[in-house]
Structures are given as C-alpha cells and as structure tokens.
Design a protein around this ligand. Structure first.
Ligand code: MF3
Ligand code: CO
Length: 266
C-alpha cells in the first residue's frame, strides 16, 4: 500500500467514527469473552465463542486467515508471550492467560487484549499482570497530540524496570485502520529513532506492552510458526488497546464497559 507520508495516516471525521464503531464492537466482544475465561474451558472453546459472536454480528475476526493464522483470536498461556493458537489446552487454576481479539467492522480494524488470572495464582503472576496493565495506562496517560512514539516506550520501560520486570522488544504496537498492521510501529521501549515518529490527530494505533517476569528474550515455536514464548520459560503478561489520537488527546477505542479500569488491582 502506498503510504509514505504521515498525513495519509490521519483519518477524517467520518473515518474516525468508523474506527470508533469498530473499537466499540471489539470491546463488547471482550466483555463477552471475559465471562467465559475460567478454569475448565479449553482455549479452542473460547476461540469458537469469539468466532460465533463476531459472525453473528455480521463482522469478521481479523486474525482468521491473516498471513495464514488459523484461528479467530490468540490465546497465550503462562510463558507464551503472544500469538498462542487456541486448541485443546484446558485452563486450570494458577494459569495466567492473555486473550487477544481483533475484528474487522465495515472494513476497519480494532485490536485489544487482556490478561486473566485463573483462580489462585502465584505472587509473580499477579505482579507481572499488574505491571503490564499499569504500563499500558501509564503509556496512554503520556500521550498528547504530536507526542512521539518514544514517549510511549519511555513510560512503559521506566515503570517495568522500576518493578524489576523486562519489556519484550521483539514485538511492537502498530498503526491500524483499513489494515490490521500499518505504520507507525509503536515500540514499547525507548528507541532513539522513535523520537522522530509523531502521533498526530487522526492517527490510530495500538499500545500492547508484553512484560516478562524474567528476561526480555523470546523464542518462536517453529512447529506452528506462530507461538512466541519467553526464552527462559518464565511468565509473560500483556494488555492492549486501540487508540485514536485527537486534537484533544487520546481516545481509547476499545475501553470495555465491564473490564478493568485504571487503578484496578489484580
Ligand atoms: N494484537 C496482535 C498483534 O497485533 C494480534 C495478532 S493476530 C495474528 O500482533 F493473527 F497476527 F496472530
Ligand atoms: Co495488535
């Protein structure tokens, strides 16, 4: 796609409304999913629920057949950082599980994820989940019209480091709109080049920090080509929202009615 100037990423008023609608639907989907994420359900069953809810509403799961991805959401348990493929695994007490849902609504994309704790979990699971959640909202709070992508990474990295956790470098947030993944890349660590990448009114993008209990390094599971795990086998947590920058500051497009809000304690 021809898109070499940042102005082409700035949506019109009508286009912004279309993105708001996509975000609203995706958030409602997350509210629905949340009710089902508990001990005893398989990740494949959750995926089926996502598929059916989305299709019944006349929309499409963005991940299904995206670059060959086979399912309607990503479900990443414990040491899986992201892009876990739903299947036969049954959730059990102590699990840390991220569900990442993305939808295409009238040609426009929305993308968000949330981490859930199943029953009683370890102190470390709770702390890393809290850190990922707080880092996402600290990054959103750092946003203003014309700020840079560097500001996002700085906010996330500083807080994660303060709590003794690491930030995954290998996967980034992204612009979204008519495409699932487009410019700009939203790095979750302060990368000098990101000072030049401005977040201007009308731009839509995700922030989706992956925070590791151990080291930041990851490995790709070559047997399925998708699943990304921590290299050291320790836990990883993630939260994601789709954001619209406006002249008055950021709007969270995927804020749910029933989900966790800033200040939430896990
Ligand atoms: N939020 C995830 C991302 O942007 C969703 C990935 S869907 C997949 O990477 F199909 F690419 F796996
Ligand atoms: Co994303």
């Amino acid at each position: 796609m021809l898109q070499n100037s940042s102005t082409t990423l700035q949506l019109t008023a009508t286009e912004r409304d279309a993105m708001r609608q996509a975000g609203r639907f995706n958030a409602e989907l997350m509210d629905f999913v949340r009710q089902h994420v508990r001990e005893g359900i398989s990740t494949g069953q959750i995926d089926r629920l996502v598929y059916e809810y989305t299709m019944a509403a006349g929309h499409r799961p963005a991940s299904l057949n995206y670059m060959g991805y086979p399912k309607s959401c990503c479900i990443s348990v414990n040491d899986v950082v992201c892009h876990g493929i739903p299947g036969d695994y049954v959730l059990r007490e102590g699990d840390l599980v991220n569900v990442d849902v993305a939808t295409i609504v009238d040609g426009w994309h929305a993308d968000q994820s949330e981490t859930f704790l199943i029953g009683e979990v370890s102190q470390e699971a709770r702390a890393v989940t809290q850190c990922a959640f707080d880092c996402l909202y600290l990054a959103i709070r750092a946003l203003y019209p014309g700020c840079s992508v560097y500001d996002v990474g700085y906010a996330i990295y500083t807080e994660a480091a303060r709590r003794g956790f690491s930030v995954v470098y290998d996967l980034v947030g992204h612009g979204l709109g008519r495409q699932f993944h487009q410019d700009p890349s939203v790095f979750h660590h302060p990368k000098p080049e990101c000072r030049r990448v401005k977040l201007l009114p009308g731009m839509c993008f995700t922030i989706e920090p992956m925070i590791n209990a151990g080291s930041r390094f990851t490995v790709l599971d070559k047997s399925d080509g998708w699943t990304i795990r921590t290299r050291d086998g320790k836990l990883s947590a993630q939260f994601e929202h789709s954001i619209l920058m406006t002249e008055n500051g950021p709007e969270i497009l995927t804020q749910t009615a029933l989900g966790p809000r800033p200040g939430h304690r896990f």
